[in-house]
Design a protein around this ligand. Structure first.
Ligand SMILES: NC(=O)c1ccc[n+]([C@@H]2O[C@H](COP(=O)([O-])OP(=O)(O)OC[C@H]3O[C@@H](n4cnc5c(N)ncnc54)[C@H](OP(=O)(O)O)[C@@H]3O)[C@@H](O)[C@H]2O)c1
Length: 288
């Protein structure tokens, strides 16, 4: 049986180099521990890794201190990318991915973004960006930002293709990073709909690939970086194998016909009293 750190070393040997974490996931210490071990064993150099972490809603008032804490958790001097996790501000003591109605504070993205820019100036990160931001929210942010977000990390897979957002981000040179690139099968909020989609399955069959590989390759073909999670060594190998799958124009056209479905709707950040978002449509500015 593999222990956590040997699994992580195998991951590096498979070719993974981008690691996505966040303070709210609780995974920063384990990730930092495994990566630092691999660095000190000479398996990899820090410069060859790309580590992303994220600012939780309860830290919007002080991104610099939050990133200090993240670096402390990771045992690293910098992260490659630091993202505003959600356009949601919570009371400073709330450390819960599913906040209660009384946990919300008034959103002030201008001040939060100033703090993010300060993180970059201080050299605590090499890039700053956002996550779960609509085109509308980015457009507003661009009115006051001195530094344009480098990344918007959003749900993206063959059933939620983000056409409008991708075109918008391209205009501003903002990289789109695709989370739940398989639709999050097995997650409490996720779905098997992507990997079980008949069109994805038939394209997989045609290329002697797996449905997951087709979904991941589709994201890559759209210029996104794809963030996929697995605790299973065989599926980790399978997923990196997506790099060897070639999709044809016909495949992409077929995928374009699949009915769209946003799986991660963010209903936990919507309420009628304290959240800035009364409805799910408000949260995404009608872009769903
Ligand atoms: N910014 C945000 O708000 C946000 C939100 C969600 C996620 N994320 C990031 O994105 C990462 C991935 O997202 P996710 O976990 O939601 O979605 P995902 O990667 O689409 O789905 C993960 C699930 O898929 C299963 N899986 C992995 N490879 C598979 C394969 N080849 N075939 C079939 N099933 C497979 C995994 O199970 P096994 O472990 O059993 O393989 C796991 O249960 C997260 O870890 C996080 O870093 C960010």
């Amino acid at each position: 049986m593999l222990n956590m750190s040997s699994t992580k070393i195998c991951i590096l040997q498979m070719g993974y180099c981008h690691f996505d974490t966040a303070q709210i996931y609780g995974s920063e210490p384990a990730l930092g521990n495994a990566l630092n071990k691999a660095i000190s064993n000479g398996l990899v150099e820090r410069e060859d890794l790309f580590v992303t972490s994220k600012l939780w809603g309860s830290n919007h008032h002080d991104p610099v201190s939050a990133l200090d804490q993240t670096l402390n958790n990771l045992g690293m001097e910098y992260v490659d990318m630091f993202l505003v996790h959600w356009p949601v501000r919570l009371k400073p003591w709330v450390f819960n991915p599913l906040p209660n109605e009384e946990d919300f504070e008034q959103l002030d993205l201008e001040t939060t973004w100033e703090g993010m820019e300060r993180c970059l100036e201080l050299g605590l990160c090499r890039g700053i960006g956002v996550s779960n931001f609509s085109c509308t929210k980015i457009e507003r942010l661009l009115d006051y930002a001195s530094i344009i977000p480098a990344v918007n990390q959003v749900e993206m897979h063959p059933m939620w293709r983000q056409n409008k957002l991708r075109a918008f981000c391209k205009d501003y040179n903002i990289h789109v990073s695709a989370y739940s690139a398989l639709g999050g099968p097995g997650n409490y909020w996720g779905s098997t709909a992507v990997v079980q989609n008949p069109i994805i399955q038939s394209i997989a069959l045609k290329h002697n690939a797996t449905p997951a590989q087709v979904a991941l390759r589709w994201g890559l073909s759209k210029g996104a970086s794809v963030i996929v999670k697995s605790f299973n060594k065989e599926r980790l190998k399978e997923n990196i194998g997506a790099l060897n799958v070639e999709l044809e124009d016909d495949d992409l056209l077929e995928i374009k016909q699949i009915e769209q479905w946003k799986i991660m709707r963010g209903e936990y950040y919507v309420n009628r009293t304290t959240s800035p978002y009364r409805t799910i449509q408000d949260l995404w500015d009608g872009e769903i």
